[in-house]
Design a protein around this ligand. Structure first.
Ligand code: IYR
Length: 228
């Protein structure tokens, strides 16, 4: 049992974590970077099933992310019903068709060319699970009064990052899909008024033959500025 104390009436507990030698820290950071660098956004999914327990663990991991005032302002909706996946695909494709045929600017369409995406979203039916990440703009207390959440976008972004890392760690693949506008998801999933959809993440095994665009990640020089 960890040591505990109270500060101004609030409980605290001693926190311990394993630390490593400097050499080990260098090794671990380098290993983890190279391992994370193998994560790719995938659009070709196998329909091979995944145990529900795996999805539960991925969501529990995502929910360990830090959040404003520890409000954990997120809900992860898990869709495996073929009927609901079909409805989501249909609604997403209707929106995406409009996006690709006039709503997106020519510059945007040009920027997407290397990814070769289009309005067809068959992965929404192929992947065994769709995880739809909702942000919770506020909470309702027992009396029905609104209680604020804080840094909701940042918090949900962090949780989504943890989710993608957990998916990669489990040996699965994902796509951060953002059908736009995406409010049809709140309707189809019958979500309460305080929730807004943020990301739709199909999760599964990669298809037998999977191709991803050849992309290069920015160098350290391009993404970091050091003030020493
Ligand atoms: N939401 C569309 C278009 C799209 C937009 C961006 I920015 C991407 O990085 C990829 C796709 C779609 O999902 O096809």
């Amino acid at each position: 049992m960890p040591k505990t104390k109270t500060i101004d009436g609030y409980p605290f507990e001693e926190y311990h974590r394993d630390t490593y030698t400097e050499e080990e820290v260098v090794q671990r950071s380098n290993d983890f970077y190279h391992w994370m660098d193998q994560r790719r956004t995938v659009r070709d999914f196998s329909d091979k099933p995944i145990p529900r327990e795996v999805i539960d663990n991925l969501i529990l991991t995502a929910s360990t992310a830090p959040s404003g005032a520890h409000k954990q302002p997120w809900t992860f909706c898990v869709v495996s019903s073929p009927d609901l996946k079909k409805k989501i695909r249909k609604a997403a494709e209707e929106e995406e068709y409009e996006s690709y045929h006039g709503r997106m600017t020519p510059e945007w369409l040009e920027d997407l060319k290397p990814l070769q995406t289009d309005w067809h979203k068959s992965f929404l039916e192929t992947a065994p699970y769709l995880i739809i990440v909702f942000k919770r703009a506020y909470e309702l207390d027992a009396k029905g009064n609104k209680r604020n959440n804080y840094y909701v976008n940042e918090s949900v972004g962090l949780a989504a990052g943890f989710l993608l890392t957990a998916i990669h760690h489990a040996g699965l693949v994902a796509l951060t899909h953002t059908p736009s506008p995406m409010n049809f998801l709140a309707k189809l999933l019958d979500r309460p008024a305080n929730e807004r959809p943020v990301l739709l993440i199909p999760v599964g095994y990669p298809a037998h033959e999977t191709y991803v665009p050849r992309l290069r990640r920015k160098s350290l020089d391009e993404v970091a500025a050091y003030y020493e």
